[in-house]
Design a protein around this ligand. Structure first.
Ligand SMILES: Cc1cc2nc3c(=O)[nH]c(=O)nc-3n(C[C@H](O)[C@H](O)[C@H](O)COP(=O)(O)OP(=O)(O)OC[C@H]3O[C@@H](n4cnc5c(N)ncnc54)[C@H](O)[C@@H]3O)c2cc1C
Length: 489
């Protein structure tokens, strides 16, 4: 996608030895982006050089991994971008303990492809395998198993952080415990991860036991999922946001469980990367062309029909009972439809936002029902809605609550953008009144002040104090940080 260059200050005097370029850097949802100088350090020394150069030039830096955050979390229209994907070596892997020591640019894909044959799988993965571990830790990502194992931060043993002053801090739950709990989920504001030590999960098969459970409405979806949290390893529900009245929130839950030792007759075959790959065609269409077919349906009428069809197919799937699916197939289904986001349009100003609200269990049903109903009343209906269950974690700015999240994909066009933002602001007020939170990896619509309603004042003050200590020149800034936190530190 192309867009007009902005007048962002450039990092013209790039530090010696650090590879750079001048590029259009956008959020994954394509609805925001800016031209920026991009620095590509290959190691800690070059990272330090990038920070030192920025200090000399008075340039603000945004850290960036794979750019999989939907909004403006790794976009910087007032400075430069530091892309850490060049630091992508797996430094150590111990197949006896399942502990991996990685550079920050190692991706979830690299990790699972390295460890699977030894009978291990990342404990927490997102719905896409392309994020870097640094981006995953900075956002404290969750998977479809959050209710059972928490966020990726819960699987991090230790990390090194290079602060903007060039200091290298090794952090774990005892050493620099404040930085450990603030930098995980700290959206790249305190320093750059330079090394991450991660625990992974022992698996006895490359497959999961999976079943679909069709539900006629939101209340049933929540009841069914709650009833299964004891036995399930993964739970996720797709919901039909177009269904109205009593059918609001009808959909299909997927429950998945690991296989017990011995349950897979051929683990040496299923624990291969080749076994994880999905077929080259989807419903007879080559995968690479599926986005074009989806594009034809990318309007309210098409999506209403597609959601209704998916609901009916879910009812049939339920009748199949348990079936087996590869880990990658279950976790990363969307990755197997290359460039599906292009179905939302490829011209400037077109794209999608994902609006993901996290709501405590006590208020969740009422709040989420209102979110669906008010979207329908406004005539701004999300094309995709996904429900998951969460548990709290100890990270300072975590999005997770003992409750639920509803992730909604809304189409953005230049003509609908203002109305969509106003709609999201109204939803945000409802969610915050219900004690809810939002997730910076997905956000593009939070207003200044919303964060003060999400987190306790004491917590925000502690984070701001740590920011002033580790980044006294306020070098680390992103569009997200300016939009949501401007003036807070
Ligand atoms: C299709 C799709 C599905 C997704 N599903 C999920 C899901 O199920 N669960 C979930 O939790 N998320 C999900 N995400 C969001 C994604 O996991 C997060 O946005 C993740 O942070 C992306 O990592 P990244 O490497 O692309 O980082 P980026 O998006 O480039 O950056 C993310 C943050 O990390 C910071 N950062 C980058 N590098 C460093 C560094 N070296 N040190 C410190 N901070 C750094 C950036 O400044 C930014 O704040 C999904 C995204 C997509 C596109």
């Amino acid at each position: 996608m192309t867009a007009a260059p902005t007048s962002s200050p450039r990092f013209d005097a790039a530090p010696r030895g650090v590879r750079t370029g001048f590029e259009y850097v956008e959020g994954w949802g394509m609805a925001v982006g800016a031209h920026a100088r991009v620095l590509r350090p290959r190691g800690v020394d070059e990272l330090r050089a990038a920070f030192a150069g920025a200090r000399e030039n008075g340039t603000k830096l945004a850290l960036r991994g794979s750019g999989c955050s939907y909004g403006d979390a790794s976009v910087n229209e007032r400075g430069a971008v530091v892309d850490v994907r060049g630091m992508n070596r797996i430094l150590a892997w111990d197949p006896r303990t399942g502990i991996a020591e990685c550079e920050p640019g190692v991706t979830l894909e690299q990790l699972w492809k390295t460890i699977l044959a030894d009978g291990w799988w990342p404990r927490v993965v997102s719905g896409t395998m392309f994020p870097t571990l640094a981006g995953a830790a900075a956002m404290n990502i969750h998977g479809k198993n959050n209710f059972a194992v928490g966020t990726i931060g819960d699987a991090v043993r230790e990390f090194d952080l290079v602060t903007p002053t060039g200091e290298l801090l090794t952090c774990d739950r005892e050493r620099n415990a404040d930085v450990f709990h603030a930098a995980i989920g700290g959206f790249g504001m305190l320093g750059s991860f330079a090394r991450i030590v991660l625990e992974t999960k022992r698996v006895h098969s490359g497959e999961l036991e999976v079943r679909g459970i069709s539900v006629p409405g939101l209340a049933e979806a929540m009841e069914e999922m709650d009833a299964r949290t004891q036995d399930a390893d993964y739970l996720v529900a797709w919901l039909d946001a177009f269904a109205e009245g009593d059918r609001i929130g009808r959909g299909l839950i997927h429950e998945a469980r690991y296989l017990a030792p011995g349950a897979d007759p051929a683990p040496e075959r299923t624990l291969t990367v080749a076994h994880q790959e999905l077929p080259p065609n989807i419903l007879g269409v080559p995968k690479s062309e599926v986005w074009r077919a989806l594009r034809l349906l990318n309007h309210d009428a098409g999506m209403r029909a597609l959601n209704a069809l998916k609901y009916q197919m879910g009812r049939l799937e339920e009748q199949k009972g348990w079936y087996r699916q590869s880990h990658a197939g279950f976790a990363f289904l969307l990755d197997y439809v290359p460039n599906w986001k292009w179905a939302y349009g490829r011209r400037a100003g077109h794209g999608l936002i994902q609006y993901q609200a996290f709501v405590p269990k006590e208020t969740a049903y009422d709040v989420l029902r209102d979110v669906f109903a008010s979207s329908q009343r406004a005539g701004i209906v999300p094309y995709l809605a996904v429900l998951k269950r969460y548990r709290p974690d100890p990270f300072w700015l975590t999005h997770a609550v003992d409750g639920w999240s509803l992730a909604l994909d809304y189409k953005v066009t230049p003509a609908t953008r203002d109305a969509l933002w106003r709609h999201c602001h109204a939803l945000t007020d409802r969610v915050l009144d219900g004690g809810g939170r939002f997730y910076f990896a997905k956000d593009l619509v939070l207003r200044p002040g919303d964060a003060r309603r999400m987190f306790p004042a004491q917590r925000l003050a502690e984070f701001a104090a740590l920011k002033r200590k580790l980044d006294p020149d306020r070098l680390l800034e992103t569009n997200l940080a300016r939009r949501v936190f401007d003036g807070a530190w």
